[in-house]
Design a protein around this ligand. Sequence first.
Ligand SMILES: NC(=O)C1=CN([C@@H]2O[C@H](COP(=O)(O)OP(=O)(O)OC[C@H]3O[C@@H](n4cnc5c(N)ncnc54)[C@H](O)[C@@H]3O)[C@@H](O)[C@H]2O)C=CC1
Ligand SMILES: O=C(O)[C@@H]1CCC=N1
Length: 266
Amino acid sequence: MNEKIGFIGSGKMAQAMIKGILSSATFAPKQIKVSAKSDETINKVKEKYSVHATKDNEEVAKWADILFLAVKPDIHNEVIQEIRSVIAEHTIIITVAAGITLDTLESDFGKKIKAVRTMPNTPSFVGEGMSALSINDMVTSDDLEQVLAIFRSFGEVEVVAERLMDSIPAISGSSPAYVYMFIEALADGGVKDGIPREQAYRLAAQAVLGAAKMVLETGMHPGELKDQVCTPGGATIEAVSALELNGFRASVLQAMESCTKKIKKL
Ligand SMILES: NC(=O)C1=CN([C@@H]2O[C@H](COP(=O)(O)OP(=O)(O)OC[C@H]3O[C@@H](n4cnc5c(N)ncnc54)[C@H](O)[C@@H]3O)[C@@H](O)[C@H]2O)C=CC1
Ligand SMILES: O=C(O)[C@@H]1CCC=N1
């Protein structure tokens, strides 16, 4: 692929995508230009990924065929006002900012643009991202294929109706945070019993990875997979019962509701 990809903002999410894109070798470093606020970030990005990095948002916006807006929602519009006059007609604008709608994107640019609203996640860094996106009516099927190819270079991607986009952070954008908490808790439990800390992380993380793969690759219902582990009268059902008594699932559902409520406010 020979498109030029720009990133405005090169924080945690942008770098996860850049690392994923470059590791897949779908794009070369010279096809990526990023902008950031601080010299420290600029130098770090140049050194780590060998991509061009600048403080000049306009330079990146003018140059890119596909432009990622990877800044926080509260400065999203400020950045758009800085770059809107230099955007070429063919440029595809992709926001990764939580809660920014396609309507907001268009109205902030003040004109019809090719707009894509996305919600990636940080496991993109290791090529195991899960992203969802929706597009406006200016994005052609060829444009969409280009965008999907970029997202596939660092993981999986689903196209969803825009009305569902506010619900994506809770399930896949933010959820790595709660999965890390679960892994940390599993490891703490192991450490409590005397398992060395580093070994406990490996045991816990691989169990989570394996369970996730079982869901994806067998196509079996998660409940059935859980039942396979619960030997009648055995130890697992004791753990499951304790989790239910402590509101494990209800607490996940409540966490997701809080997440989505906040997204709608951003
Ligand atoms: N961190 C995550 O797991 C995910 C984050 N997102 C979205 O990604 C966006 C960025 O989040 P993070 O990367 O986590 O934040 P971050 O704080 O790590 O990165 C933000 C970047 O924007 C830069 N920046 C600030 N003002 C700027 C300006 N005026 N011009 C150019 N760059 C500027 C900062 O220097 C920084 O590099 C947010 O909108 C967030 O909703 C979406 C999905 C997942
Ligand atoms: O915490 C946030 O607002 C962003 C959205 C998904 C992950 N991080």
